[in-house]
Design a protein around this ligand. Structure first.
Ligand code: ATP
Ligand code: MG
Length: 584
């Protein structure tokens, strides 16, 4: 399979791409472009990872290169096979293919150990008996140099012997470390004799109990890149200060030297991107799981109905830079709407039904009206929708006492039924609480198809479902999981869970769908006219469709654009056109 470009649009250039272009020009890596995506399997992938995936796979695809998938599994305590499986599933779903190039940092444990021994022999590393606390104390601060460990000048023989005994499990956790001998006075704290190996008697998801020591990220990452022949090792900005160490290990070992390049992490309003915090949401049951449609995970977005194309277009349009910003959630939703607008068949569904009886429509009669499947795609054709004497409309589309500028149905008011007839409300039926439970109307048979021969106009068009033909469904509506743009902004003594939106999920169980939706399969996507885009949930059964609202129709884009929010590139606003629907 060929990897798709990261975005459907022509590549927007950025400084990482410019570095690659320059390296191709100077033939730095013999014309090769070889990137990797290196997730730690300690959680599900989120939309931030998608930015990195699109960048890595996208660059390689553009220049005829390759991208590896490498699990950075050097932390046995937090890693699990479930996460490995979900990560592969999410990357494939996004549309990218690592072909046969699936690797694990743990595959290199043997080679890394040999390299560690080599550095010890060369006097570049030593076994240190300081505790973690002491190591921290000796490290110094940004303004003060560190102090050399009393074990720094231990002989290579002694260090080699201790290292081997650490490896086979002779010593307890935390009792010793292997450290690089660099410079305790370096202004870069990462260069002050960083730890290379720690003792950890933990079972690893792949190597089991074979190892009692595990390499630190910095000692594993660059060498893993090197082993795989990576040319451009693209990571996020927090690793900028680690680059000198990345380079140091590779230079000391004299092995192939990839170029590490750091870019800005993606942040989105109302969204958390730390796997640790996402795990907390799952474990504390604030959400229904990693793939809850409110989660910023790829699997959550997928379940919600987002498309891979929408996510790729979003990522492809983002800047790649050296300064971290925050992107509006609405930009992502904009891409979701834009993509679904092209591909989602239109249907009619009523979320909160109100019964309508058309008194002058013959009892027992059913007719079919023709409805357009997708105004954006003529090849999608039309379908027949049953119409009868009793219908459901949205409670919202009727007001007994209409406020000014409310043009939908109310007593005495005439509106258009989408694809049907003009309808006039004549009376209402109320229950003991004075709530309207049913309305009575008349229709004008001369207006079939939606126009009056006498040319009279109505101000609004509403959707409907024929009651005897309706399919019952459950529909889940979502709001942002957090109430604050920055979910990490909390008052003293609180953590981010204090910002959780208590009404981020609303479950409607009495919804009515047009009969064409009786046999939907999980993950089928539709636009329910006037309501938004919806995707059938995996919990859908043949007897009961369950839908998630992917995103509402209303496009706030125009407003955003007026406000002139930064970082939105040259995107144009979209309009969800519903031909024949006057704006309301
Ligand atoms: P988290 O803090 O969410 O756990 P991480 O950086 O620890 O993220 P990794 O599994 O190590 O997660 O990340 C794999 C790759 O994805 C890395 O190259 C990392 O830089 C990149 N990445 C992670 N989060 C983001 C983000 N928000 N934006 C862009 N790239 C990201
Ligand atoms: Mg990490």
């Amino acid at each position: 399979m060929m990897n798709p470009p990261a975005t459907d649009a022509p590549p927007r250039t950025n400084f990482v791409r410019e570095i690659v272009l320059e390296d191709l020009k100077t033939n730095k890596y013999g014309g090769r472009v070889h990137t990797r995506f290196p997730p730690e399997p300690n959680g599900y992938l989120h939309i931030g990872h998608a930015k990195s995936i699109c960048l890595n796979f996208g660059l390689a695809a553009e220049f005829g290169g390759k991208t590896n998938l490498r699990f950075d599994d050097t932390n046995p305590e937090k890693e699990e096979q479930e996460y490995v499986d979900s990560i592969m599933d999410s990357i494939r779903w996004l549309g990218f293919d690592w072909e046969h190039r699936l690797f694990y940092a743990s595959d290199y444990f043997g080679q890394l150990y040999e390299w560690a021994q080599k550095l010890v022999r060369a006097g570049k590393a030593y076994v240190c008996d300081l505790s973690a606390d002491e190591v921290r104390k000796y490290r110094g601060t940004l303004t003060e140099p560190g102090t050399e460990s009393p074990y720094r000048d231990r002989s290579a023989e002694e260090s080699l012997d201790l290292l081997e005994r650490m490896r086979v499990g002779e010593f307890p956790d935390g009792s010793r470390t292997l450290r690089a001998k660099i410079d305790m006075a370096s202004p870069n704290l990462n260069m002050r004799d960083p730890v290379m190996y720690r003792i950890l008697h933990a079972e690893h998801h792949r190597t089991g109990n074979k190892w009692s020591i595990y390499p630190m990220y910095d000692f594993a990452h660059g060498q893993s890149d090197s082993i795989e022949g990576i040319t451009h090792s693209i990571c996020t900005l927090e690793f900028e200060d680690h680059r000198p160490l990345y380079d140091w290990y590779i230079e000391q070992l004299g092995i192939h030297h990839p170029q590490q390049i750091e870019f800005d992490r993606l942040n989105i309003t109302y969204t958390l991107m730390s796997k640790r915090k996402l795990l907390q949401l799952v474990e504390q049951h604030h959400v229904r799981g990693w793939d809850d449609p409110r989660m910023p995970t790829i699997s959550g977005m997928r379940r919600r109905g987002y498309t891979p194309e929408a996510i790729r277009n979003f990522c492809g349009g983002l800047g790649v830079s050296k300064t971290t910003g925050i992107i509006e959630l609405r930009l992502l939703e904009h891409h979701v709407r834009e993509d679904l607008n092209k591909r989602a068949p239109r249907m009619m569904a009523v979320l909160r039904p109100l019964r309508v009886v058309i008194d002058n429509y013959p009892e027992g009669r059913t007719e079919e009206v023709e409805a357009v499947n997708n105004p954006e795609d003529a090849s999608a054709g039309t379908r027949q929708v049953p119409f009868s004497r009793v219908l459901y409309i949205e409670q919202d589309d009727f007001r007994e006492d209409p406020p000014k500028q409310y043009y939908r149905l109310s007593p005495g008011r005439e509106v258009r039924l989408r694809y049907g007839y003009f309808l006039t409300c004549t009376s209402v039926v109320k229950d003991d609480n004075d709530d309207v439970v049913e309305i009575h109307c008349t229709y004008d048979p001369a207006t079939r198809g939606g126009n009056a021969p006498d040319g009279r106009k109505v101000k609004s068009t509403i959707h409907w479902v024929s009651a005897p033909h309706a399919v019952d469904a459950e529909i889940r509506l979502y709001d942002t999981l957090f109430l604050r743009e920055d979910p990490n902004q909390t008052d003293e003594g609180e953590d981010f869970t204090a910002n959780i939106n208590p009404v981020s999920l609303e479950i409607l169980t009495e919804c009515k769908l047009e009969p064409a939706l009786a046999h939907v399969s999980p993950m089928e996507r539709f636009q329910f006219e006037r309501l938004g885009y919806f995707c059938a949930d995996p919990e859908t059964t043949p007897h009961k469709p369950v839908f998630n609202r992917t995103v509402a129709l209303k496009d706030t884009w125009a407003k955003i654009e007026k406000r002139g929010v930064g970082q939105i590139g040259n995107l144009r606003p979209i309009v969800n056109r519903l031909p024949g629907l006057p704006s309301q």
